[in-house]
Design a protein around this ligand. Structure first.
Ligand SMILES: Nc1ncnc2c1ncn2[C@@H]1O[C@H](COP(=O)(O)OP(=O)(O)OP(=O)(O)O)[C@@H](O)[C@H]1O
Ligand SMILES: [Mg+2]
Length: 244
């Protein structure tokens, strides 16, 4: 399968805190990669580097063979969905999708509206098109954010803890949407602690530890077979939180 992203030997420090160390990663089209690891292990920094939101000290990140230097150089091929939705509060749900389609994709308002309504249907929010984000639940806001990311036709969508501010029921709705996209073949990278939610559709799981990929493999390998004590300890802690 085609290589979409190639991370070649990148390192990143903040002051004397080395956050990513000589990290390599190749992401193929159609992969759904889950990134797990303790707080501070470098998960957000890694995905922010891939999206061009952070620069790296050495090495390089290629997106379809072109070096990513900043957000602009990703050419809209990478969509990001963050923990806190980042919707425009003064736009309606529909406008949150149509405005970027018109400004970034240069679509006319009729086409933008049609595309936006189709995407809102996909996330089951067509009825909310005329509401403002402040009137939606957290799960609904996050699904609008996913629809907005999709409206740019990204090659890859990167999610950084998309459900960590949501109640379990709302988190479930959001993961249903992400799972549907996974089955449609959308390439995705998902940073999450919700192991039960992603284990059925992630094609590969990376366990980050101190800025390096400590283990990687299928969900079955990472969650059931791998005997790495650091991973086992981390999984115990996450399970503990899940039961809470
Ligand atoms: N802008 C920044 N300035 C200084 N230090 C930073 C910055 N961003 C991240 N760090 C540091 O880099 C390290 C890794 O942070 P990162 O956000 O990548 O971790 P994470 O694995 O996403 O953690 P969490 O699970 O808590 O989100 C942390 O020690 C953090 O304090
Ligand atoms: Mg993080």
């Amino acid at each position: 399968m085609a290589e979409l992203i190639k991370v070649n030997n990148i390192s990143k420090s903040f002051g004397d805190n080395t956050v990513l160390k000589n990290l390599d990663l190749t992401i193929l089209k159609g992969e759904v990669i889950a990134i797990i690891g303790s707080s501070g292990s470098g998960k957000s920094t890694l995905v922010r580097c891939m999206a061009g939101l952070e620069n790296t000290e050495n090495g390089e990140i290629l997106l379809k063979d072109k070096i990513i230097q900043n957000v602009k150089s990703t050419n809209g091929l990478i969509g990001m969905v963050f923990q806190n939705f980042n919707l425009f509060p003064h736009y309606t749900v529909l406008e949150n999708l149509t405005k970027p389609c018109q400004t970034v994709k240069k679509m006319n308002s009729k086409d933008a509206k049609e595309k936006a309504m189709n995407l809102l249907k996909k996330v089951h929010l067509q009825d909310k098109f005329n509401q403002y984000p402040s009137t939606l639940s957290g799960g609904q806001k996050q699904r609008v954010a996913i629809a907005r990311a999709l409206s740019m036709d990204p090659e890859i969508i990167i999610f950084d803890e998309p459900t960590s501010s949501l109640d379990p029921e709302l988190a479930h709705e959001v993961f249903e949407t992400i799972s549907t996209l996974a089955h449609e073949g959308q390439t995705m990278v998902i940073v999450t602690h919700q192991i039960n939610a992603i284990r059925h559709f992630a094609t590969r799981v990376l366990f980050l530890n101190k800025g390096q990929i400590e283990e990687e493999g299928t969900p079955k390998y990472i969650f059931e077979e791998c005997t790495n004590p650091k991973l086992k300890k981390f999984l115990q802690i996450v399970d503990y939180v899940d039961l809470d």
